[in-house]
Ligand binder design. Structure first.
Ligand SMILES: Cc1cc2nc3c(=O)[nH]c(=O)nc-3n(C[C@H](O)[C@H](O)[C@H](O)COP(=O)(O)OP(=O)(O)OC[C@H]3O[C@@H](n4cnc5c(N)ncnc54)[C@H](O)[C@@H]3O)c2cc1C
Length: 469
């Protein structure tokens, strides 16, 4: 293979490590401002977790395009292009099915208000007060109250209400009842406010448009390029070692895992004791399993909703949600309405998972556990689509090990770090001149919207740094 760096310059203003949505968004902003920007991506495809893959039988599977909040429209318009924003469409029906309740919703405040009043018998004032409180929450609020305490305050003893309001958020970013209530409030306000949205045409179409914009704005991107060492002199960035070569630059934005950026790409010797102490408190978020299901060409499946949250757990149980044989999973249904240039139907089942449950297995156990995961998933799917097995001609499973292999994220973390990661991520720039981080951290900054917005925020910080350089 020819060296992907061959036709690239040896010096840029800014190098970005990783082409996740944060890295790409920052690159676009900075290139538009006139900086010479290079993105280096270790994988052969750009996008990070915002990715897709093709399989035999003509199937295209989206990995993380299950749904994002309405805010993505504004973010795409502002930081990418109006055309990209115009492809965002709303999902029509989000379905819940578990031993405590079963119904479909449009996933917005008016619909949730009606459901909480009519189905769950909660007084109107209480519901309004809850929505007002969470919509008002921001980063500067009290950070000591936990999400569990927030639910207990508004809906004491109502584990069914808590499940309705919490389970989708746990799927969306791995947060749980012990996390600070503000992380819930901010994510909930984004998500369960005006519905759930997706990108018409799929992730491949999205990334094609994104790469087109980057090219137009002059950013370079180099795939199959692994950042090995961030080079520092007198506590300032001087360059990056990539695939054994040195690229000189004045600033680096790492979109790679926060902890590997600190300990591996930089090295502890460059940080203050206090900063390392803070970093030692950072916990990575959980990982995921997925089962990708392809329906044979020519076959159709009945419409059972766009997203289906299903579980056999008696009540919301974070331990069950993460366990290897969990019955709690989300089915995403991809139809020609979502991918208009295809006549194919595909289904992706996602569940939250603990990395250790999969990393500790022998190769034989790992293979048989994947078979079990597929089997459990198809059995569950048949409850909603009887006879669907006969229409399936492709199935494949991904585990936390898969996510680790493709993104280099510690423990295959799907949603970056827990809340304490945000302070450390934003604190990097105060430790080393010209070093910045952006990407899924702190729960708030995770998901397509959080990562893209964090990339834009980091780009503004980098611009300030470069202006005063
Ligand atoms: C199964 C699953 C389902 C999800 N579903 C949704 C969803 O429906 N909606 C939603 O909003 N979010 C979803 N997410 C989360 C969302 O995909 C992520 O939060 C977001 O894409 C992360 O973007 P990021 O910028 O943090 O970078 P990442 O996507 O984490 O990318 C980081 C990039 O850095 C690269 N990299 C790492 N180290 C190096 C190195 N040393 N050198 C070069 N490159 C390097 C990696 O290869 C990767 O491309 C899901 C995630 C998973 C795993």
């Amino acid at each position: 293979m020819t060296d992907p760096l061959n036709n690239k310059k040896t010096e840029y203003d800014i190098v970005i490590i990783g082409s996740g949505l944060a890295g790409l968004t920052a690159a676009n902003r900075l290139a538009k401002l006139g900086y010479a920007v290079l993105i280096v991506e270790q994988h052969s495809k750009p996008g990070g977790l915002a990715t897709w893959f093709k399989r035999k039988g003509g199937h295209i599977f989206d990995v993380s395009l299950h749904g994002f909040p309405v805010g993505m429209i504004k973010t795409c318009r502002k930081y990418w292009s109006p055309e990209i924003a115009e492809s965002i469409i709303q999902l029509k029906a989000i379905r819940f099915d578990n031993p405590q309740f079963s119904f479909s919703t449009t996933f917005d405040t008016p619909d949730f208000t009606g459901i909480l009043r009519k189905r769950f018998g909660i007084a109107r004032e209480r519901v309004d007060d809850f929505f007002r409180t969470v919509h008002k929450m921001d980063f500067y609020d009290d950070q000591t109250m936990t999400t569990g305490e927030l639910f207990e305050k508004f809906f004491p003893g109502r584990d069914d209400v808590m499940r309705l309001l919490m389970e989708p958020i746990t799927y969306a970013n791995g947060s749980n009842l012990d996390d600070p209530a503000i992380t819930y409030g901010i994510v909930f306000s984004n998500f369960m406010n005006k519905g759930v949205f997706t990108f018409r045409g799929g992730t491949d179409h999205f990334l094609r448009q994104i790469l087109g914009e980057l090219g137009k704005n002059g950013a370079d991107i180099c795939l199959n390029c692994t950042a090995e060492k961030i080079l520092i002199e007198n506590q300032k960035i001087t360059g990056l070692k990539v695939n054994g070569r040195v690229i000189h630059c004045r600033a680096i934005l790492s979109n790679a895992n926060l902890l590997s950026t600190i300990h591996d790409l930089v090295g502890d010797e460059y940080f203050s004791k206090d900063f390392l102490q803070e970093s030692s408190k950072v916990k990575v978020n959980n990982s995921s399993c997925q089962v990708y299901i392809g329906i044979r060409q020519g076959e159709k499946i009945d419409y059972v909703g766009d997203l289906l949250f299903t579980s056999e757990a008696k009540k919301f149980d974070p331990t069950e949600l993460l366990s290897k044989r969990t019955t709690s999973r989300t089915f995403s249904f991809y139809t020609p309405a979502i991918r208009p240039d295809s006549d194919r139907f595909t289904i992706v089942a996602s569940s939250n998972a603990n990395y250790e449950d999969w990393s500790s297995l022998s190769p034989e156990e790992y293979q048989s556990s994947k078979v079990e995961l597929i089997e459990d998933t198809l059995t569950c799917l048949e409850k909603y689509l009887p006879g669907v097995r006969a229409e399936i001609d492709y199935v494949e499973a991904a585990t936390p090990k898969t996510f680790q292999r493709y993104t280099l994220h510690l423990k295959g973390s799907s949603f970056g770090t827990k809340f304490e990661g945000l302070k450390v991520s934003t604190g990097l720039q105060k430790q080393i001149g010209g070093l910045f981080h952006a990407g899924s951290v702190g729960i708030i900054m995770s998901g397509w919207l959080g990562a893209a917005n964090y990339g834009a925020i980091a780009a503004n910080d980098i611009d300030k740094y470069m202006t005063n350089y």
